[in-house]
Ligand binder design. Structure first.
Ligand code: FES
Ligand SMILES: [Fe+2]
Length: 363
């Protein structure tokens, strides 16, 4: 299992950015014990509805804040107070900022040294997304959100939980530049292709005949917002959908992944049949994506790619991805090197084929 240092990405072990850490419907059932970024974490929803993510362990005696469902304070429904959470062992109360603000058997100020780290979290598109930054900085871009998510003609996804995969996320990100796997792996060789790097965004525009979708022409615009969240607008025949693929580091060299499709119904009002069709469409997209997943599960790390001139721009993609492993100031400087549009030798571009750049996307 290769680690961040083996890819020479930069000084950080885990990338900076917004990541999916749970599905909203999971968190709605109650506090969760999760592990990401090499850390055990406590995730819960406050009474105001605010999702809160804290380092997991209480400073008093090391109890995991959200791993007990049998402690009486949990069973009695008294663990969450406002947006704060009480430790199930002795009831110290942590607020959403990670500071202890009440100890049931102690008068006077609570120890500042009891504070634990709190991470920015948002609800977006049925996902709980957290901001991670090894330097502890605030987000420098917004978590992705599609305006279509709340539109009544779009059928929302319920995520496929793909579980953990012992692969470094670099190998997942390589897919964005990888024009030459589209035929052998997905049965949809590209007829046009380009990548664009734009600060923290990396875009792929391509299209080709898709064997799995019955031999129709599939047009896609796919983009990463930061290192962990892929959205892809996909159009074929009269169909249009957005696919989500999320990867989040669990430990160095291990990711967790999720998948979903937001599907436009033919007309309003949306029927049960439309919902069933949307679920089938998501299953079809998962079948296509699962081929990548199976290859990743069994491949050796590509620490260096033996790149041909007619391969996609892997080096640019990797350089773009490395920004998330650099201190922020260096990442900003890297943009002047990576920002731009990249084509592949011998391959038509979207404009060669008359496909205008998709300017209506929230990229
Ligand atoms: S271990 Fe958390 S309150 Fe004692
Ligand atoms: Fe792929």
């Amino acid at each position: 299992m290769a680690k961040a240092v083996d890819y020479e990405l930069g000084p950080h072990t885990f990338p900076r950015g917004w990541f999916v850490i749970a599905e909203k419907s999971e968190l709605d059932k109650g506090p969760m014990a999760v592990r990401f970024f090499g850390r055990d974490l406590a995730l819960y929803r406050g009474e105001s509805g605010k999702p809160v993510l804290l380092d997991a362990y209480c400073k008093h005696m090391g109890t995991h804040l959200t791993a007990s469902d049998s402690a009486m304070i949990v069973r009695n429904g008294h663990q969450i107070e406002g947006d704060s959470i009480r430790c199930p062992y002795h009831g110290w109360r942590y607020n959403a900022a990670g500071d202890v603000d009440d100890i049931p058997y102690h008068d006077g100020p609570c120890p500042k040294s009891a504070s634990i780290r709190s991470y920015p979290v948002v609800d977006s598109m049925g996902c709980i997304m957290a901001w991670f930054d090894e330097e502890g900085g605030e987000p420098d871009y917004a978590a992705p959100a599609l305006p279509e998510w709340d539109h009544p003609q779009w059928v929302q996804w319920q995520l496929d939980h793909l579980g953990e995969l012992a692969i470094h996320p670099q190998e997942v990100l390589d897919n964005m530049s990888d024009i030459r796997h589209l035929g052998p792996t997905h049965g949809a060789p590209a007829e046009y292709f380009e990548n664009e790097a734009r600060e923290h965004i990396y875009i792929q525009r391509q299209g080709g005949i898709m064997q799995l979708y019955g031999g129709v022409m599939l047009y896609t615009t796919t983009w990463y917002t930061g290192p962990g969240l892929l959205l892809s607008k996909q159009v074929w025949g009269d169909s249009v959908q957005y696919e989500l693929i999320a990867n989040t580091p669990v430990d160095d060299g291990v990711i967790k992944a999720w998948h979903g499709c937001l599907v436009k119904a033919p007309a309003l009002p949306v029927s049960d049949e439309d919902r069933a069709n949307a679920a089938l469409q998501q299953a079809g997209a998962l079948e296509a994506f699962a081929t990548d997943f199976q290859i990743w599960r069994h491949k050796k790390p590509a620490l260096k790619i033996m790149q041909l001139k007619t391969d996609g721009p892997f080096r640019t993609g990797r350089k773009w991805y490395s920004q998330f492993y650099l201190p922020r100031a260096e990442a900003a400087a890297l943009h002047s090197e990576t920002n731009g549009i990249y084509h592949v030798q011998g391959m038509p571009t979207p404009s060669d084929k008359g496909h205008a750049i998709d300017d209506d996307l929230p990229i």
